[in-house]
Design a binder for this molecule. Structure first.
Ligand SMILES: Nc1ncnc2c1ncn2[C@@H]1O[C@H](COP(=O)(O)OP(=O)(O)OP(=O)(O)O)[C@@H](O)[C@H]1O
Length: 242
């Protein structure tokens, strides 16, 4: 498969099991919300997908490349936006992106074209020559997403990308990222906020390191709101474990 395939992945921090037999796929063109409360294991899964840490068990395939056996090919096809911003505030938007393009082996005219294309995808073209410090939080986040697209990845990972933003900025970013999925990217969007999820999205509910459900948001919600269904599901499983 060309998207993301996660099969039976497990990970421990010492004695503590953070991920237990996690399996799901994200196909190209899909927006998949990885929905879980604090401590569910979302950041741990992102660290595995970006090879900051290595899985104890299971297989992760990125665009057909096993991340354990072909890490360079796999990582070249991933764009990632981490929870903590990593921007140089005293450089312009364009220089930040140029630096990142260089890390992916792009320079000169090909880098300039890639940067312009990525900024346009996030509606940030007119801000290219502004200092990052002068941008508001929403625009900084959009710029980070543009940066993650510079090398034209097939899979885009975003870990709680809207933390700390106001309602309008959150909406703009979720709309942009849904459009990116519609244009063919496989998107994995970690969140604990159900209002960022559209009815047609795929939702993987992660709780205490385990996948509780995987399917369309509308199916998970049933005749309730998605928020109620999610709360009921996590509460039920917390009681079962306690
Ligand atoms: N470096 C670490 N050492 C030990 N335990 C850790 C470490 N990092 C995370 N954990 C534990 O692993 C589990 C999953 O944490 P993780 O940060 O992946 O969850 P999360 O879903 O990203 O939560 P949040 O939304 O709060 O960021 C939690 O029980 C957490 O306490």
């Amino acid at each position: 498969m060309k998207g993301l395939e996660i099969s039976h992945v497990g990970f421990h921090y010492g004695e503590r099991k953070a991920l237990d037999d996690v399996s799901f796929n994200v196909e190209p063109g899909r927006f998949c919300a990885l929905l879980g409360p604090n401590g569910a294991g979302k950041s741990t899964l992102f660290a595995l997908l970006t090879r900051l840490i290595v899985a104890d068990e299971g297989v992760i395939n990125v665009a057909g490349f096993d991340i354990a056996h072909s890490p360079r090919a796999a990582l070249a096809r991933i764009g990632v936006v981490f929870q903590q911003p990593t921007l140089d505030l005293d450089m312009t938007v364009r220089r930040n992106l140029r630096y990142f393009a260089g890390l992916h082996g792009l320079s000169g005219r090909s880098a300039a074209i890639a940067i312009d294309r990525a900024l346009a995808q996030l509606g940030m073209a007119e801000r290219a020559d502004e200092l990052v410090r002068a941008l508001n939080g929403g625009h900084r986040r959009r710029m980070e997403i543009a940066r993650a697209l510079v090398h034209q990845p097939e899979i885009l990972l975003l870990d709680e990308a809207t933390v700390g933003l106001d309602a309008a900025s959150r909406q703009a970013i979720t709309d942009h990222v849904h459009q990116l999925a519609e244009s063919g990217l496989a998107v994995l969007w970690a969140t604990h906020l159900v209002d960022e999820i559209a009815v047609s999205d795929q939702v993987v509910v992660l709780h205490r390191g385990r996948v509780l459900s995987n399917g369309p948001a509308a199916e998970l919600a049933g005749d309730r709101s998605l928020a109620k269904a999610f709360l009921a599901m996590t509460a039920e499983n917390t009681e079962a474990v306690a």
